[in-house]
Design a protein around this ligand. Structure first.
Ligand code: FEO
Length: 167
């Protein structure tokens, strides 16, 4: 059985993962309308993965005697300035997610909930990979700059790139 503070912390994390999924879905749809099919494919997939992260938490809360709360979400942006700004937003968003995951881990230690602490380690590892991936993509985009040919190749490459961390 999880304690009320842990239940609350996990429910906040459910909302964060749902928001991530929605945010990346908005990015994917925007990229779709810009002829960036590879980028959009990558982001649609990433959005699906965030939904899996959310579901994994929902199942865990309910299995441990808590009650998962399905959150209401704000409308994400419909427009983005550029591919660069999309991935800059994504990277910043993931850094915030990492901070929030760390808060949940902190709460587990305070509450001496080592079972949830153990469960959360999957998310801790996932954040390392997601931040590294976003940083890598931003480095590539910085090299490409305004080169249209480079962007074309980047789009193709991203369409075939495996995201990871399906929950
Ligand atoms: Fe669910 Fe992007 O971490």
């Amino acid at each position: 059985m999880i304690s009320a503070p842990i239940e609350n912390a996990l429910n906040r994390q459910i909302e964060t993962e749902a928001r991530s999924s929605q945010f990346y879905l908005a990015m994917a749809s925007w990229a779709d309308t810009q002829g960036l099919s590879g980028v959009s494919k990558f982001l649609y997939r990433h959005s699906d993965e965030e939904r899996q992260h959310m579901l994994k938490l929902i199942h865990y809360v309910n299995e441990r005697g808590g009650k998962a709360i399905i959150p209401q979400l704000d409308k994400p942006p419909a427009d983005f300035d550029s591919v660069q700004s999309v991935f800059k937003d994504l990277f910043e968003h993931e850094q915030n997610v990492t901070r929030e995951i760390n808060d949940v881990v902190d709460a587990c230690l305070t509450e001496k909930d080592y079972t949830t602490h153990n469960f959360m380690q999957w998310y801790v590892s996932e954040q390392i990979e997601e931040e590294a991936m976003a940083r890598n993509i931003l480095d590539k985009l910085a090299l490409i700059g305004n080169d249209k040919g480079g962007l074309y190749l980047f789009d193709r490459e991203l369409g075939g790139l495996e995201t990871h961390g399906e929950g």
